[in-house]
Design a protein around this ligand. Structure first.
Ligand code: IMP
Length: 428
């Protein structure tokens, strides 16, 4: 009876979908616990790429039951598109996907509010994915959100939409001079998803707890990442949920005692989409070369990702916060394009050497990285399947990262294909 959590250690896009796909080969259940369609997880099967925003990546593994937990926010239109697109490609979804009735729905007004808020912030904008994520979680916390289960009780649905619109319409009309929403329009909009949702809605927490009691394996698939966590990340440049390990229990509805493996995923370098501090960011041709080699363009928004060197104090902070038991190092092959590799091992902040990732936003903005330089390898490593196959300098890099973070590596990805990875033992 064990649950494994896979979560990102930096600012997202670490390749969690890929790691989950590898681990999903041995599990019965894969569950998303936070975020929504701001995520974009890519899984490659043979020559086919599956880009998933909402449905757990385990869906591409035959027989795996996938759950969207109570902590996720769901855009029903995106859910419908994703279900239909997967089914068109021959993947059975409806009989294997379970959606918690407590999960909140992203409404059209949330998406509009997301974009108004960003405009109002001007230069201080967060750079959100504009998917309505923040406003949906705000309504959840304010207790005026609409949940999946509300779609099955028209009276309650109408009453909740009426209550939500009283304030929302005052904002749209009064502040932005825009047309208000009609209650009935939104009621019919949501009722149009009733048929799609009905066979899939369940108490997914109870389902997972039952599976764990029956000694089945559950994989919890994190979205976004630790440095985007609303409590622990680089606030205010964060998302509105808790992608870190605590969020996994709350958002999937399982007690912490079941978690026994926590896999932290990091790229061999760092990327960030959206605004906010990023001490090791590169603005030169090395950054461009890494961006090009790593195809660092957002799966969800297509935005070019900001690129920089691996930031060990940041990764160590996230490793410690999440209590990771294993590390997965992704996109090692991308570093083949650089001659010398820099790894940040500390910072200089206002003339002082600091080894920890700073809690203070001001300090983080003033942090200049202190680097350790390591030799590159400059050759194609995509054919390596064991650590010993890697060039010596690549092995040195891997060992250095593993020793600094202080937990064993369970996977090193060396290419985009499913089998282009060095997989090491995970488990007892
Ligand atoms: P939101 O989650 O759309 O509100 O965006 C908040 C911040 O999180 C922005 O900087 C986004 O770029 C970032 N973000 C949200 N989801 C992801 C993701 O899946 N990968 C990387 N960054 C993300």
């Amino acid at each position: 009876m064990t649950a494994t959590v896979v979560l990102g250690l930096a600012w997202g896009d670490e390749g969690k979908g890929r790691v989950c796909d590898a681990l999903a080969a041995d599990v019965g259940y894969v569950s998303r616990y936070s975020g929504g369609n701001n995520a974009g997880h890519t899984v490659r099967v043979g020559k086919e790429d599956f880009k998933l925003h909402l449905i757990p990546s385990g869906i591409v593994r035959e027989g795996v039951v996938c759950t969207i937990g109570n902590g996720v926010v769901i855009n029903p239109e995106v859910l419908k598109q994703e279900v239909e697109a997967l089914e068109k490609r021959g993947i059975e979804v409806r009989s294997r996907l379970r959606i918690d009735g407590r999960a909140h729905l992203i409404m059209p007004y949330h998406i509009r509010l997301d974009s108004h808020r960003e405009k109002a912030l001007g230069k201080a904008k967060i750079g959100t994915t504009n998917r309505g994520i923040g406003p949906t979680y705000e309504d959840k916390i304010s207790r005026v959100g609409i949940r999946v289960q509300d779609v099955f009780d028209e009276g309650i649905l109408r009453a909740k939409i009426e209550a939500a619109l009283r304030e929302k319409n005052a904002i749209f009309e009064g502040i932005y001079g825009e047309k208000p929403y009609e209650v009935e329009e939104l009621v019919s909009y949501l009722l149009s998803f009733k048929e799609l949702l009905f066979p899939m809605v369940e108490d997914t927490g109870a389902l997972l707890r039952g599976a764990l009691e029956n000694r089945e394996q559950v994989l919890l698939e994190g979205a976004q990442a630790t440095l985007l966590d609303n409590d622990h990340g680089t606030y205010p440049f964060v998302t509105s949920s808790n992608p870190s390990v605590g969020g996994a229990c709350v958002g999937a509805g399982i007690p912490p005692r079941y978690l026994d493996q926590i896999v932290g995923v990091t790229k061999a370098y760092t990327t960030r989409v959206g605004d906010g501090p990023f001490p090791t960011e590169l603005f030169d041709e090395t950054g461009d070369a890494i961006r090009k080699a790593g195809h660092e363009y957002g799966t969800t928004t297509g935005r070019a990702r900001r690129v920089g060197w691996l930031d060990l104090p940041a990764i160590k902070f996230s490793a410690s916060l999440n209590g990771i038991t294993h590390l997965a190092l992704t996109l090692l092959d991308v570093l083949s394009v650089v001659e010398r590799i820099q790894v940040c091992v500390g910072y200089e902040i206002d003339g002082e050497r600091v080894d920890e990732f700073p809690m203070s936003q001001t300090d983080l903005h003033h942090a200049t990285p202190v680097y350790k330089e390591l030799p590159g390898w400059g050759v194609d490593i995509t054919g390596c399947r064991m650590r010993g196959d890697l060039p010596e300098t690549a092995q040195e890099f891997v060992e250095f990262v593993e020793a600094e973070v202080g937990v064993p590596l369970c996977m090193i990805s060396v290419g985009p294909e499913r089998d282009q990875a060095i997989v090491e033992k995970i488990g007892a």
